[in-house]
Design a protein around this ligand. Sequence first.
Ligand code: AMP
Ligand code: MG
Length: 448
Amino acid sequence: MSHGHGHGHDHGSADLMPVEDHLAEILATVRPLAPTELSLGDVHGLVLAEDVSAVSQLPSFDNSGMDGYAVRIDDVAAATEQNPVTLPVTGEIAAGDTGAYALQPGAAIKIMTGAMLPHGAEAVVPVEWTDGGSARVTIKARAEYGNAVRLAGEDAKAGEVLVTAGTLLRPMHVAVIAAAGRGAVLVRPRPRVVVLSTGNELAEPGTPVTLGRIWDSNSFMLAAAAREAGGLAYRRAVLPDHPDEILPAIEDQLVRADLMITTGGVSMGGEHDVVKAALQRLGTIAFRKVAMQPGMPQGFGTVALPEAQALAEEPQRRRFRRDGYEEAAAPVSAPGERVPIFTFPGNPVSAYVSFQLFARPALGVMQGYSGLALEKIQARLTGPVRSPAGRRSYLRGVLDRASGQVEPLTGQGSHQIATLAKANALVIVPEWVVQMAAGDVVDVLVLP
Ligand code: AMP
Ligand code: MG
């Protein structure tokens, strides 16, 4: 038998569900949120829900790449430092000038960066190669055909896809979308995540605790993790360990939730495990033991308002706005719509690991974004580790990418939150490995 660090129970492994199976069920349940059209100023950090293509070619017209003089190449072919060529300047074109200009042979037209190339021009001589003259210009070097000319279509062809659906919009993407002329695009709204913590022992940080009580850390941690994964998080703390209070509190929050997360009260089914007791009778949430440590007791499923109540509350639901951008096209959940719910264990490290393994990928699906998976790399252990048979361990560690080494931290109990703040990675010890030695190569998840 092997001892879990925190529990001291012996769990037969036959009734444990593999981590992958639990995750697969989650990913099969959650759906991408309906896309909404937002103006370009509001889309940074959101996930694009359509392919954005160039309406016209980029650049859309031949233009000058420098400040200088538009010329025909034959007219400057003989120009050198010793024997410069002087041409009359017959005009000046600034960026934004939409006039039609023609360059006569034997002449030059002064032109600014981004200005439309005059008809007949073959190259731009940079102002640095000249005396900068206004009526006449003396040119001290020859220019190749096409010198300092930006050709129409050399950046992108008309219709070419510039940014694909599923892209997390960063400043460069916003720039490209704007350059393609789009003032608004379809994006996925940020999933609204309601986090509820449960436990009679919990007190609000910033208030005094008496002996036997602790401060609620899970709800703050999960709200932060949800935001980090692209969500909008709301905290609902702290629910007492009373079975009659759990379901109403959850139903109360459904109006603003695309996803719900509870912590605590799901352990082994005793009468104090009020979340499990209250939700099990709905029949829509599976409570199970997953073959992992920490985070073995997991619940996942969906919740919805009872039909009658949903219809009655619909007007209020519509009034409930969260952010400016929602005014545009609120993806208001329909009455009776089922909201995915995670019930995570209460130990802070269990809740944290559960979020990263299960809720973070779910938030990825909801946003149509595949980039939320934790990076997995291999590293060499700097010290030994132990793990219970039949369960995959996720041990807090300090990864040093430069040396390719990972140091397993001491204090791996799932209540030992101090160790969590020191970690930047999770060392994975496979289900059937009970110990590993310094120097062994392990899979490591890099924490966001
Ligand atoms: P439970 O899952 O409710 O049995 O709780 C397991 C352990 O986690 C207990 O030691 C709780 O006090 C602790 N715990 C539960 N909820 C929280 C929370 N929100 N913040 C910090 N610790 C918690
Ligand atoms: Mg509890």
